[in-house]
Write a new protein. Structure first.
Length: 184
């Protein structure tokens, strides 16, 4: 699904433009994903695991923008892509096409201004325009800021996977699974 540009004022007085990233934004999307992944272990992949080529990412963005059951939302501040969020269908089969997986990453320099909360809110609104009935996510159990944001948005905890993530240093982190119903 393609999301039209929307201007959002943040708590630091800056204006973010939220919109679907175009294939022309592919290099910026990959750079944002790699930088975000290098700044926190709370994301699923390490930067070196983001191996798509710009051409691959262009195709992926085009496919997402043309999807009926998923989308990607990018945040631009002063022309710089500073974060992205997305909801993608769990699996496009009869039994699971009502479920969407949520993910988000934001460059650390842009944390603390309400950008994540606003992106989550816009993603929920967009998801309600798809055939999805619920959004699901997994969050590191020690990511208190994200947990607070998700609970505030109405997500409920549905489970815990102990030792779900193994970091490079050999330590483990639990995953808290959460869900937000979009319809009854």
């Amino acid at each position: 699904m393609y999301i039209q540009p929307k201007h959002i004022e943040l708590s630091n007085g800056k204006t973010a433009v939220f919109k679907s990233p175009e294939p022309a934004d592919a290099a910026a999307v990959l750079e944002c994903m790699r930088l975000s992944a290098s700044q926190t272990y709370f994301l699923l992949r390490y930067p070196e695991e983001i191996v798509l080529t710009v051409e691959d990412e262009k195709k992926r963005l085009d496919d997402i923008n043309n999807s009926e059951n998923g989308f990607m939302l990018a945040a631009f501040i002063d022309g710089e892509l500073v974060g992205n969020a997305g909801v993608l269908c769990k699996a496009d089969c009869i039994k699971t096409r009502h479920r969407g997986d949520f993910g988000m990453g934001i460059k650390k320099a842009f944390w603390g201004f309400g950008l994540g909360t606003r992106m989550l809110s816009e993603a929920i609104l967009a998801a309600k325009q798809t055939r999805l009935e619920q959004i699901e996510l997994g969050v590191f159990a020690d990511n208190s800021r994200a947990l607070h944001m998700y609970k505030k948005a109405g997500f409920v905890q549905t489970g815990i996977i102990p030792r779900a993530y193994k970091l490079k240093d050999g330590t483990y982190r639990d995953e808290i699974q959460m869900l937000l119903k979009l319809s009854n």
